[in-house]
Design a protein around this ligand. Structure first.
Ligand SMILES: [Zn+2]
Length: 308
């Protein structure tokens, strides 16, 4: 259509052009301009919130942490790339959202005034699934270094399977309750649920499903009881394997305010209230460079232009 318009445009001013041709060109031009305007307005009113879904973090400088010493998992991400990515977000003054903040200000009540310290800042959420020990040994030191260097506190969301707390085998180590408490006490962790035993919630009986949800919440809250005055721990869940269906919805709503997917999409909030049990997350794997992650965080050229 664009080519047609470009080719036909000069004819528009020729005295010999028929009124029928004129009408077609006018119609196509109007259609094209309306489409561009609609897309631009849609972009401007859209609030994009990139939520990054990490799993295990590996230190590539430690021979014990790379294959064949360790299993090769596509979801692994290197500490060496994670640090510059997080540093870039800190330098650009991103608001590291907690699950409760996302829920309160953007989903449950989008008209609720944002606290002045966060106003006008770009938004991001950094999440780590499965409660691997690396969220303590590899992620926490990065957050500490960044705080010391820039004087800014960053918060990350950790989705935990409390059934595995403190587990250790030859392949993988999991965080302990004490690790979680340390991270929370220092203000770095937002501790949320990932189900008790990392079961696919769409494939278990109703009874097992209920236990996966309720028991995980009980254990995580018990572990952090004295640190969690506002009851924010285990109020939100990331579905193991991103799997969810109607039955899961029914049970999840009994215990949690919101539920996170793992669908490689950016959360986009537009005119309609978002479904709090279908929050999109961007999947991260070792193929993503630091630059690529930073570009995903900063959004479309238009959002960059208007500083959104
Ligand atoms: Zn998981």
């Amino acid at each position: 259509m664009v080519n047609y318009l470009i080719n036909k445009w000069p004819e528009y001013f020729q005295p010999g052009i028929t009124s029928k041709k004129k009408r077609i060109i006018s119609f196509l031009l109007a259609f094209f301009l309306t489409f561009i305007t609609y897309q631009t307005i849609l972009e401007i009113v859209t609030v994009e919130i990139p939520i990054f879904g990490f799993h295990d973090i590996v230190n590539l400088q430690n021979p014990q942490e790379i294959p064949p010493q360790r299993r090769d998992s596509p979801g692994d991400y290197s500490q060496q790339n994670l640090e510059p990515f997080l540093e870039d977000l800190v330098i650009h003054n991103y608001w590291f959202l907690s699950t409760q903040e996302l829920y309160e200000y953007f989903i449950a009540n989008p008209k609720k005034p944002i606290p002045s310290e966060y106003r006008g800042r770009k938004k991001v959420m950094i999440t780590f699934d499965d409660g691997n020990e690396s969220i303590y040994t590899h992620v926490l030191p990065i957050l500490e270094r960044l705080e010391n260097k820039y004087g800014k506190k960053t918060k990350v969301v950790v989705f935990i399977n409390s059934g595995f707390l403190g587990h250790q085998d030859s392949l993988i180590k999991k965080v302990t309750c004490q690790n979680l408490r340390d991270g929370m006490q220092q203000g770095y962790y937002d501790i949320q649920s990932h189900g008790l035993n990392h079961e696919n919630l769409t494939k278990v009986s109703a009874k097992a499903l209920n236990r996966e949800l309720s028991e995980d919440q009980i254990r995580l809250r018990k572990c952090t009881q004295d640190l969690d005055q506002n009851r924010t721990v285990a109020s939100h869940i990331a579905y193991p394997f991103g799997a969810v269906n109607k039955q899961v919805d029914k049970y999840v709503a009994k215990y949690f305010y919101s539920g996170y997917l793992y669908n490689s999409l950016k959360l986009k909030l537009r005119f309609f209230p978002a479904n709090q049990y279908r929050i999109s997350r961007l999947t991260v794997n070792k193929k993503h460079s630091t630059k690529r992650l930073s570009s995903l965080a900063s959004g479309s050229w238009l959002h960059k232009l208007i500083g959104k």
